[in-house]
Design a protein around this ligand. Structure first.
Ligand code: BGC
Length: 740
């Protein structure tokens, strides 16, 4: 993160906290005044969320029962009603209810509403919190302009298994990076204070440990030690609370046998207890009554009972609260106090959003039109896309494309694809807004270069008939660019894959084209890390382009032509083989440390190296950087002290660039064995050719602490290793220090 970025973020946070105290007081008073008027039925209604797929669209399709329920005050929120016209129509129905309590409109605006940004995992590769915040802010601006109040984002689940399709929706594998990104996204969505017309409520999801579903299969069980939960999976949720996330969503998985939707431990003990969270928790879609299928409860009534008691405030689409809470209160299984607490949390947000003052304040057709066609949003998505690209290989400096290249063969099923570029969870996307790679290259290279394009293969079939034509155009070319990868709907929710290689006959296509001897630049696009050992070995260059959104083609063309020097770094480890999963940079030495030259009695496989194909934090540039002269301000400190680690970073090449410098620490002897390295800081530094800068990181107790055996966050005196470099597997600067 830019140093400035950290300062601005913490100032913004301090401001939010101060004004929040005063604001909460008056909001609470207003909430109480409404509560006094409410019947039990009306209170329960606030806890119910319906999906509006059925009520939006042409009026004839409206579901009379749902609208009637809204009129009767039996609905607190709708999801998937979007557009000023639709939200206004449905809000008008809520205004016919006895107490005229406004509805909340929510939707999954994950990486853009109309302007589609790179998928969240791709954005995480920027390591640029200002850009990530900007992307969330623009998504929120567009969402708020179409009448929405709430996005079900960000997903802050740490994900260490690329088989899991939802890895595309988060910040990757690392907790420290995940914390920073969670904060940036939440502040981006919500603005400084809820209630702005350019902001929506964020929702930190999925609470908790969803990213660790067994075998990467979506919706699965999670068995996890408390230690791992606290050390790795919970911190981004805590960061979300600290950043002021208005809402939380519980997850579909079980955690150690208990469905998260009914977890006292997660919702009451941790979130609303230890963390004193004042927002509200919504279930995931239908997850309350899915507890019947899990075999955790016998029926819907018991499901409602367990969910409300454990702290789930709003029921998304299972009708369990609506159907059973009243009975549960009558039979004294649920106290009115518990219902009141949930209702108050929801009403407070409606007040904070200003909806009691004006339920239609997000319903301006003028604003809708302006924001959905705002050219600044297009520029922003291009900028984020350019910086999300990770250059993985560049043998013989084949990139950027040389002036001498006069004919390019663009080959591959993703070369001219529009919809795929937008990835999963693409809001109210419009595929016609997408600039494809072919288009981007044509625009960038103009008439100077001839570009021939063939698909060569398809992603979802085993058709090989296009390969011959692909080989033909490759033979005629000076350079081959291959656009390979997954289709947009092969990652995302319910899109787990057991084989994360290139689908269809794309490997065959690559091999045939590569055999022509022409230099091949592979541009790989996907919502997850793929395995592609052969391509990594044989292509001259490999560019990882994820799914970059509407401006994908321009962004990739900018990098290929050298208009933009790539600066992305992987936010997740790329394995060589599915058998290595889960594979992260922060592994353990074990009692039998790995030695690549010995094949016995050591941690490791006998058939593949332990190392990944590409490590966390890795990414090349068109320039080179020299890391030198690491100095610690002191080599010892006590728990209250700090040490500054500074070093010189020099751009030793001839191109301006941005480098993500990374700080890792290792505690070699600890009461809970520590990984060989943990990311504890990063900065993105811009350098012109030949320029040097002195970069500093501050090491404090926080940098050295971990969850000990009593689950207390603390450090232990002793020696520590400080490591700095441009990738987790290449930390050229190292020094020892001691904590007294
Ligand atoms: C997903 C959530 C999403 C919700 C509403 C669920 O299936 O797990 O992440 O917010 O649907 O669309």
């Amino acid at each position: 993160m830019h140093k400035l970025g950290i300062g601005v973020l913490s100032l913004a946070l301090a401001g939010i906290q101060l004004s929040a105290v005063a604001q909460r007081k008056s909001v609470n008073q207003r909430v109480d005044s409404v509560m006094r008027l409410m019947t039990l039925d009306e209170k329960i209604g606030q806890l119910n969320q319906y999906s509006g797929r059925e009520v939006t669209g042409p009026l004839v399709k409206q579901n009379a029962n749902m609208l009637n329920d809204i009129k009767l005050g039996r609905v607190g929120s709708m999801l998937n009603v979007q557009g000023v016209k639709n939200t206004r129509q449905v809000q008008e129905v809520a205004m016919q209810s006895r107490l005229k309590i406004p509805l909340l409109f929510g939707m999954d605006v994950i990486h853009g509403y109309k302007t589609i940004f790179p998928v969240p995992l791709a954005e995480s590769a920027t390591w640029d919190m200002d850009l990530i915040g900007l992307s969330a802010h623009i998504a929120a601006k567009e969402a708020a302009a179409v009448g929405l109040h709430w996005t079900f984002a960000p997903m802050v689940d740490i994900a260490r298994d690329p088989r899991w399709g939802r890895i595309m929706e988060g910040a990757g594998e690392d907790t420290y990076l995940g914390n920073e990104i969670a904060k940036a996204r939440i502040i981006g969505f919500q603005g400084k204070k809820l209630g702005g017309l350019d902001a929506v409520m964020a929702c930190a999801k999925h609470f908790a440990a969803y990213g660790a579903v067994s075998s990467g299969r979506d919706y699965n069980d999670v068995e996890m030690s408390d230690h791992q939960l606290w050390e790795t999976y919970l911190p981004p949720f805590k960061a979300a609370v600290d950043a002021g996330a208005a809402t939380f969503m519980s997850s579909f998985n079980t955690l150690n046998g208990v469905p998260a939707a009914a977890s006292d431990y997660l919702q009451r003990d941790i979130l609303k207890g230890k963390w004193n969270y004042s927002g509200f928790v919504v279930s995931d879609w239908g997850s309350i009554d899915q507890m019947i299928k899990w075999g955790y409860v016998a029926d819907k009534k018991e499901a409602a009972l367990k969910a409300i008691l454990s702290g789930c405030d709003m029921d998304m689409m299972s009708y369990s609260y609506l159907e059973h809470l009243k009975d549960l209160v009558s039979s004294k299984k649920v106290s009115v106090k518990i219902i009141d607490d949930a209702v108050k949390r929801i009403l407070a947000k409606k007040f904070e959003l200003g909806l009691f003052d004006d339920p239609y304040r997000f319903c301006s057709e003028e604003r809708e039109k302006a924001e959905l066609n705002n050219p600044e949003h297009v520029n922003a998505t291009l900028k984020v896309a350019q910086k999300s690209i990770v250059l993985l290989k560049n043998q013989d400096a084949v990139l950027p494309i040389k002036q001498s290249v006069k004919t390019i063969a663009l080959i591959g099923p993703l070369g001219d694809s529009k919809r795929d570029m937008q990835g999963a969870w693409a809001g109210a996307n419009d595929a016609d807004r997408v600039v494809t790679l072919l288009k981007g290259l044509q625009q960038k290279l103009g008439n100077n270069v001839r570009i021939n394009f063939v698909k060569g293969a398809s992603i979802k079939t085993n058709d090989t008939t296009g390969i011959a034509e692909a080989v033909k155009i490759a033979k005629d070319a000076d350079l081959v660019i291959m656009a390979l990868g997954e289709a947009y709907d092969m990652s995302g929710e319910s899109r787990s894959r057991a084989d994360i290689g290139l689908p269809g006959k794309q490997n065959e296509l690559f091999n045939a084209v590569q055999a022509t001897g022409k230099p091949v630049v592979a541009v790989l696009m996907a919502g997850r890390p793929l395995t592609f050992n052969q391509i990594a070995d044989k292509a001259k260059a490999v560019v990882y382009a994820w799914f970059l959104g509407d401006q994908a083609g321009n962004a990739i063309a900018d990098v290929l032509t050298g208009k933009m020097n790539p600066s992305g770094k992987l936010p997740v480890t790329f394995p060589r083989s599915v058998g290595q999963i889960p594979l992260t940079y922060n592994d353990y030495k074990t009692g039998h440390p790995y030695n690549a030259n010995v094949f016995q009695y050591q941690t490791g496989y006998i058939d593949v190296p332990n190392s990944p194909l590409y490590a966390f934090g890795y990414g090349l540039s068109y320039t080179t950087y020299k890391y030198a002269d690491l100095k610690l301000s002191n080599t010892t400190m006590d728990k209250k002290g700090v040490i500054t680690a500074s070093f010189n970073l020099t751009n030793t090449g001839t191109t301006a660039g941005e480098e993500v410098v990374q700080l890792y620490v290792h505690d070699p002897v600890a009461s809970v064995v520590q990984p060989t390295k943990k990311l504890k800081g990063f900065q993105k530094v811009a350098l012109s050719p030949g320029e040097s800068k002195t970069i500093s990181f501050t090491i404090s107790n926080e940098t050295l602490a971990f969850y000990n055996q009593q689950l207390k966050w603390d450090s232990e005196p002793g020696k520590f290793k400080i490591m700095i470099g441009g990738s987790s597997d290449k930390l050229e600067l190292q020094a020892d220090m001691e904590l007294k």
